[in-house]
Ligand binder design. Structure first.
Ligand SMILES: C[S@@+](CC[C@H](N)C(=O)[O-])C[C@H]1O[C@@H](n2cnc3c(N)ncnc32)[C@H](O)[C@@H]1O
Length: 259
């Protein structure tokens, strides 16, 4: 029997984005729109969409914040700037190599007075819920994802791509998200974000959480300065956001316990 022909990257995203795919594909290959983070040390250039997602967490001075998948650290810088040396920020990432880069970024781009309340750790993010339940005021979960912009710009990654990738990543993303919910204190807030195009890694992860844990979490209404509203969050895509993104993000709150 003839083997079924493997669907290509372009065919898959053409199915998802229809006639928009051509202009989106073109935009993904162009220069990123950077936002300069300059705190008086070494400037750091972060995709404007990433800046918007990190800002959406609404960190206030004094908060205890967990950045669960933090490396290389662009969004950690946004959080550290909001804390300005107060509260506590744990920048976690499972990859040792990426943690080295994270450490360099934090040391080089933050003023010394904002570095005393930071800690870097290398845990598997799925363990926070079990070992630190209800411990954090705010959590950023910038989850590992398909990173299609990167795939499109890298022939070896493009050759290895398969539609199963998003499905497998969605399983990990959901496990990380459940851990984040468990690690959040009642009333605490989180941002779930990815740089994925595929909604299986975005709204569908949130839909699964709401289906299974509606008594624990709710989506927080938020108005992004850039991007398109989705069912639960915002998707900033470079074809319609002057080169920013892709970034998907959704803001959620852990419900207070019933007395
Ligand atoms: C999208 S990147 C994070 C980008 C980062 N937030 C920033 O703004 O620079 C996702 C990160 O998740 C890390 N990661 C993957 N699986 C993880 C896990 N189970 N626990 C903790 N970190 C994980 C990867 O090493 C990678 O650095």
């Amino acid at each position: 029997m003839a083997k079924a022909k493997k669907i290509t990257f372009d065919q898959h995203y053409q199915q998802l984005f229809a006639e928009r795919w051509e202009s989106l594909r073109h935009a993904l290959l162009q220069e990123v729109d950077y936002h300069c983070l300059d705190f008086g040390a070494e400037p750091y250039y972060l995709d404007r969409a990433s800046y918007i997602a990190a800002e959406a967490l609404g960190v206030r001075p004094g908060d205890r914040v967990l950045d669960m998948c933090a490396a290389p650290g662009g969004k950690s810088l946004v959080i550290a700037a909001a804390l300005a040396g107060t509260g506590f920020l744990q920048c976690n990432d499972r990859s040792a190599a990426r943690r080295q880069r994270l450490q360099r970024v934090l040391e080089q781009s933050l003023p010394p007075a904002w570095q005393g309340n930071l800690e870097i750790s290398g845990h598997d993010g799925t363990n926070f819920g079990r070992y630190q339940p209800a411990a954090w005021d705010k959590i950023l979960l910038d989850a590992p994802c398909s990173s299609e912009r990167h795939v499109l710009q890298s022939p070896p990654h493009l050759a290895q791509w398969s539609p199963a990738r998003a499905k497998n990543l969605a399983v990990q993303q959901y496990a990380l998200l459940c851990s984040a919910v468990d690690a959040l204190r009642p009333g605490g807030e989180l941002i779930y974000s990815t740089c994925a195009l595929d909604e299986r890694e975005n709204d569908q992860v949130i839909a699964k959480l709401l289906k299974k844990r509606a008594e624990q979490v709710q989506v927080v209404s938020y108005s992004s300065p850039l991007g398109e509203k989705t069912q639960y969050g915002w998707h900033i895509l470079p074809d319609q956001s002057a080169g920013s993104g892709p970034i998907y993000f959704c803001k959620m709150r852990k419900k207070a316990k019933k007395p």
